[in-house]
Design a protein around this ligand. Structure first.
Ligand code: ARG
Length: 458
């Protein structure tokens, strides 16, 4: 007769709706490999405790290996009574190797077990996310190098502000992502903490060597307090926060590029691979990839906020609320991973229209440069700002572009204007003057490429 692993003190059966409400196997089965690994390591530790003989250990480790093979090949059959990945694997182990399987859970609780599985799972996933983020930044830097000659308007308040290199804009986004990469890497030491060997809350009475366990499973450190170890999910919260902030940055990229790909701007064209058509308007090519990047950020943020709400009311140690850590984490990790790949795909395949970018540059965007011209002639900036402002007003009165004011007209505003003032209107030179570290000159932009690239490999 079937019974739940915890069935000893229970006489009634579980309400079927309660079973469905309570079960987590449908989603935590994706941690099957981590659950097997954790149990194999624990079996090895139990030898040192005198709980398992070496032969029993070998039977259990091999049995777990066989259970893992079933998962890997898709032949694992869940039973209706399986509650989660931990009970399912142990149930199957017992079917395969018999009563000795019942020794595996000695001193262990699903509380330290699930926390261990989650951390092992996240260590692997974080590594994948790091690779995806690295690829995205690398693609952006590569583009920035290749297209360093393209000039475009830089905007503040979405109003034309100053000429910049297109690459400079691209690298501004890459700089956000580079900080995300650093934050992701910095999470590792707090994810890589071993909970196993904590029992349900008070500790493990059979004294497993937790340092050896940590080494066996590849954890960087040993969880310091059994009550904390079974209930700490800050690593989940931090990952969700990291994903949220990274998603904000992808959303910002998406928003910029959606605007730049409109006919009104025409700076960018998305490749067909990342666009979709309209079911009614034959001419349409919509930037759905970018819109989803922007939209998914809200979803990720929601997972983060929802999980924070779950965490905030829980008393000490394990409470079943904590089972609600999985779906938000899995979903956020999946979503941000796909978003990173889509962003990489979009950015590596879109094309830019350099002529349109350059045509959007207007002389009034050089009003600041005009003021700076006078600064170089020794006039205090506050005065030059005023003089340049008068030049803008004069050009508007005359109905001519700022750059078309005659030298005489400029001289009427300040005697410091000379023939060389005409060079102010060369966009290329404006951009090249901004050569301090982090500026938009060619040298400064290529230097940013080097800096970002270096950060990828560190
Ligand atoms: N499925 C549970 C979870 O994901 C495992 C831990 C269950 N522990 C317990 N004491 N009921 O959190």
């Amino acid at each position: 007769t079937k019974r739940k692993l915890w069935g000893g003190r229970f006489t009634g059966t579980t309400d079927p709706i309660m079973h469905a409400y309570n079960e987590s196997l449908s989603y935590d089965k994706r941690m099957w490999a981590q659950d097997i690994r954790g149990s194999q390591a624990y079996a090895r530790a139990l030898v040192g405790c005198g709980i398992l003989t070496e032969q029993e250990r070998d039977e259990i480790v091999a049995g777990l290996e066989a259970v893992g093979k079933e998962w890997a090949s898709g032949s694992f059959r869940a039973e209706p009574d399986d509650e989660d990945i931990h009970t399912a694997n142990e149930r199957r182990l017992k079917e395969l190797i018999g009563a000795v399987a019942g020794k595996l859970h000695t001193g262990r609780s699903r509380n330290d077990q699930v926390a261990t599985d989650m951390r092992l799972w996240l260590i692997d996933e974080a590594h994948t996310l790091e690779t995806l983020l690295t690829e995205l930044i690398a693609v952006m830097v590569k583009r920035a190098r290749a297209e360093v000659g393209a000039l475009m308007p830089g905007y503040t308040h979405l109003q034309r502000a100053q000429p910049i290199r297109w690459s400079h804009l691209l690298l501004s986004h890459a700089s956000y992502l580079s900080a995300d990469l650093a934050r992701l890497r910095a999470l590792h030491p707090r994810i890589s903490v071993l909970p196993l060997g904590s029992g349900p809350l008070a500790g493990n009475p059979f004294s497993p060597d937790r340092v050896a366990l940590a080494r066996d499973l590849g954890f960087q450190s040993v969880g310091p307090n059994s009550m904390y170890n079974v209930s700490d999910r800050d690593f989940v919260a931090e990952t969700l926060m990291w994903a949220s902030l990274t998603a904000v940055h992808l959303s910002k990229i998406a928003e910029d590029f959606i605007i730049y790909s409109t006919a009104e701007f025409g700076f960018l064209t998305l490749s067909d691979a990342y666009s979709t058509g309209s079911s009614i308007m034959p001419q349409k090519k919509n930037p759905d990839s970018l819109e989803l990047l922007r939209g998914k950020s809200g979803r990720i943020f929601g997972q983060m906020a929802g999980f924070m709400m779950t965490l905030k009311g829980i008393p000490s140690t394990y409470n079943k609320d904590l089972q609600e850590d999985k779906e938000p984490l899995f979903d956020a990790v999946d979503t941000i991973g796909r978003s990173l790949q889509i962003a990489t795909g979009v950015i590596s395949t879109m094309t830019i229209n350099e002529e349109k970018m350059r045509a959007a540059l207007t002389p009034d965007m050089l009003a600041t440069d005009l003021a700076e011209y006078l600064v170089r002639k020794g006039i205090p900036f506050r005065e030059t700002h005023h003089i340049s402002g008068s030049a803008v007003r004069l050009s508007e009165e005359k109905g001519v572009p700022l750059s078309k004011l005659s030298l005489e007209e400029l001289k009427s505003l300040s005697p410091a204007f000379e023939q060389d003032a005409e060079r102010v209107w060369i966009f290329e030179e404006s951009v090249e003057r901004r050569d301090a570290i982090g500026g938009t000159s060619k040298r400064a932009v290529l230097e940013q490429c080097d800096t970002l690239e270096k950060a990828l490999s560190s």
